[in-house]
Write a protein that binds this ligand. Structure first.
Ligand code: FAD
Ligand code: MLT
Ligand code: ZN
Length: 475
C-alpha cells in the first residue's frame, strides 16, 4: 500500500538479526517485543493510511537504556523510528519499512514539579492528559491541549511542535519548553534539561529538536513551563451567517475580551453535519453556515461573565452572530469542546481522508475551502474547513468513499501552490513526517533546505533516525 501511493526505496540499513534481538534483550530485559500481533498497532498510524513492517518494538524505561539502544543501532547501522502515542497526522510515527520502533510508552515518570514557578520536568513518554491532571491537582495547567490528549506523549508533542487549542493564549512550545534531554543518533546524551525562563548562553540547541520529528535525536525528558490554572473558564458556542462575520466576530472578540481570550476555534456547517452523523453529537445552536467556539480563562468569574455578556449582546445585536450558547460548568464546557475536538474522529469515519493543515493570512483562510469545493465538485464526498482561526491555521479536509488518484491529482499540487501563493505554510502544526516531506520546498527556500540537510548529516551522519521522514527525498 505504502509503495503504491508513495514510491520510495529502502535505504541500505542492516536488517535485525537474532544476535541484535539478544543484544536488545540484554539492554532492556523483557521489553523487546517481536510478537506480530503486539507490533500491529505500532506499525500503523492513527489515520490508518501508512503501514510499516517492523519486526521489533523496544520499550526502554530510562535515558540510559535509550542511549545504549542507539549506540548499538548506530554501530550496527540499524534504522530507528522513535514513537510516542502514535497520534501523528503525517505518517512520521510509524516505520516505512522495517525500522526498529523505539517507543517511549514506559518512560512515563514525572521527575519534578515546582509549585512556585510552575515548571514541570518529566520523561518524554508521559501522556499529555495525565500531565494535565497532575498539574491541575496543583493548581496549574499544561500550556498545550489537543484532541489527542488521551494518547499523545509530551515527547511526541515536542517532537512535532504541536500547536493545538491553547496556542492562542500560551503560544508555541518553542516558548514554553524550557529544556530538553535528548539522546543523539550515536547514543550520546545531550542534557539541556534546564528550568530557566531566561538563558542566553550560546545557541539554543533545544530548538533544533522541537519540531524535528524524531530525525535529529530522541527526546527523553522535557522541562516545561505551566501557567496557573484559571479560576474562571467560560465557553461560548456561536453560529455565524458567513465567513466575513466569523472574521468580524474574531476582531470584536479580541477588542472586547482581549486579556481573557484563551481560544478562538471555528468549524463549518459540513463539520457539524459530520460530528452529528458519525458521532451522534447534536448542535447546541441553530443550524448555521459557520460555528465559532470561544473560550475565556480568567481569575474572576463575575468579571469574565460580565465581559462575555456584553460581547454576546454586541455580536448578536449587530447580526455577526445569529445564535449562541454559553457554558460555565465543566460538564457543558466539555460537551461544547467535543463538537470541535472530535471533528478529526468524525472525518476518519467518513471514508478516505485527504488532510491539509495550512497557515494562511486569516482573511483568506476560507477562500481555499470554497475554491476547492468548486474545483472538486462531486468527486469529493465532503470538503470541510475547521481549525485554529485565532492562529491563522486552517484544517482543510476532503473525504471520498475510497482512495482515488484522480482526486489526489486535483488536490495536489493545487493546495500547496495556492498556499505558497499566499506565502502560507504547507504544514502549520502537524509537521511533514513521511507524507509531506516532499512539499517542504513550497514554504522554505532552497538555502534553508540545504542547511537542514547539513544539520541532519551533522547530527545523524548514518541517517538512522527516522529515515524517509521530514526532509525531501532529493536534496
Ligand atoms: P507520535 O505520533 O508517536 O510521533 C509523532 C512524530 O514525533 C514522529 O515523527 C515520531 O518519530 C516523533 N517522536 C515521537 N516521540 C518522540 C521522541 N520522544 N523523540 C523524538 N521524536 C519523537 N496536532 C497539533 O499540532 N494540534 C492539534 O490540535 C492536534 N489535534 C489532534 C487531534 C487528534 C484527534 C489526533 C489523532 C491528532 C492530533 N494532532 C494535533 C496530531 C498529533 O496528536 C500531534 O502531532 C502529537 O503531538 C503527536 O504526539 P505523539 O506522542 O502521538 O507522537
Ligand atoms: C485539530 O485541530 O483538530 C487537529 O489538528 C487534528 C486535525 O487536523 O484533524
Ligand atoms: Zn489542529
Amino acid at each position: 500500500l505504502t509503495q503504491e501511493r508513495y514510491p520510495v526505496q529502502r535505504l541500505p540499513f542492516s536488517t535485525v538479526a537474532e544476535e541484535d534481538l539478544a543484544a536488545f534483550e540484554r539492554i532492556i530485559p523483557g521489553r523487546v517485543i517481536t510478537d506480530p500481533e503486539e507490533l500491529e498497532a505500532s506499525n500503523v498510524d492513527w489515520l490508518r493510511t501508512v503501514r510499516g513492517c517492523s519486526k521489533v518494538l523496544l520499550r526502554p524505561r530510562t535515558t540510559e537504556e535509550v542511549s545504549h539502544i542507539l549506540r548499538y543501532c548506530h554501530e550496527r547501522n540499524l534504522a530507528v523510528n522513535p514513537q510516542g502515542g502514535n497520534t501523528g497526522m503525517v505518517g512520521g510515527s510509524v516505520p516505512v519499512f522495517d525500522e526498529i520502533i523505539l517507543s517511549t510508552a514506559l518512560m512515563n515518570q514525572v521527575i519534578s514539579f515546582h509549585s512556585v514557578s510552575g515548571i514541570l520536568v518529566c520523561q518524554a513518554g508521559c501522556i499529555l492528559e495525565e500531565l494535565s491532571q497532575y498539574v491541575e491537582e496543583r493548581d496549574f495547567i499544561m500550556p498545550l491541549d489537543l484532541g489527542a490528549k488521551g494518547s499523545c506523549h509530551i515527547g511526541g508533542n515536542v517532537a512535532t511542535n504541536a500547536g493545538g487549542l491553547r496556542f492562542l493564549r500560551y503560544g508555541s512550545l518553542r516558548g514554553t519548553v524550557l529544556g530538553l534531554e535528548v539522546v543523539l543518533a550515536d547514543g550520546s546524551v545531550l542534557n539541556c534539561l534546564t528550568s530557566l525562563r531566561k538563558d542566553n548562553t550560546g545557541y539554543d540547541l533545544k530548538q533544533l529538536f522541537i519540531g524535528s520529528e524524531g530525525t535529529l535525536g530522541v527526546i527523553t525528558a522535557v522541562s516545561i513551563f505551566c501557567p496557573p490554572k484559571p479560576r474562571a473558564v467560560n465557553v461560548a458556542f456561536l453560529g455565524c451567517p458567513g465567513f466575513a462575520e466569523v472574521l468580524q466576530t474574531f476582531s470584536t472578540c479580541k477588542g472586547m475580551l482581549g486579556e481573557i481570550l484563551s481560544a478562538f476555534e471555528f468549524m463549518d456547517a459540513e463539520c457539524m453535519q459530520l460530528v452529528g452523523h458519525h458521532l451522534g453529537l447534536a448542535s447546541p445552536v441553530q443550524e448555521s453556515p459557520f460555528y465559532v467556539l470561544i473560550e475565556t480563562s480568567g481569575s474572576r468569574a463575575g468579571h469574565d461573565a460580565e465581559k462575555l455578556t456584553s460581547f454576546l449582546e454586541q455580536v448578536l445585536g449587530s447580526g455577526l452572530v445569529t445564535d449562541g450558547t454559553l457554558a460555565t460548568d465543566q460538564r457543558r464546557i466539555k460537551m461544547l469542546w467535543a463538537l470541535r475536538e472530535r471533528i478529526t474522529e468524525a472525518l476518519s469515519r467518513d471514508g478516505c481522508v485527504y488532510k491539509y493543515d495550512v497557515s494562511l493570512p486569516v482573511e483568506r483562510i476560507y477562500d481555499l475551502v470554497s475554491d476547492l469545493r468548486a474545483r472538486l465538485g462531486p468527486q469529493a464526498k465532503h470538503v470541510v474547513g475547521y481549525g485554529h482561526l485565532g492562529d491563522g491555521n486552517l484544517h482543510l479536509n476532503v473525504t471520498a468513499e475510497a482512495f482515488s488518484a484522480s482526486l489526489l491529482g486535483a488536490l495536489e499540487p493545487y493546495v500547496y501552490e495556492w498556499t505558497a501563493g499566499q506565502r502560507g505554510s504547507v504544514s502549520a502544526e502537524h509537521g511533514l513526517g513521511f507524507k509531506k516531506r516532499d512539499v517542504l520546498g513550497y514554504s522554505k527556500p532552497p538555502a534553508a533546505l540545504q542547511l537542514m540537510q547539513q544539520l541532519k548529516a551533522l547530527l545523524d551522519p548514518k541517517g538512522i533516525l527516522n529515515p524517509y521522514k521530514t526532509l525531501p527525498a532529493r536534496a
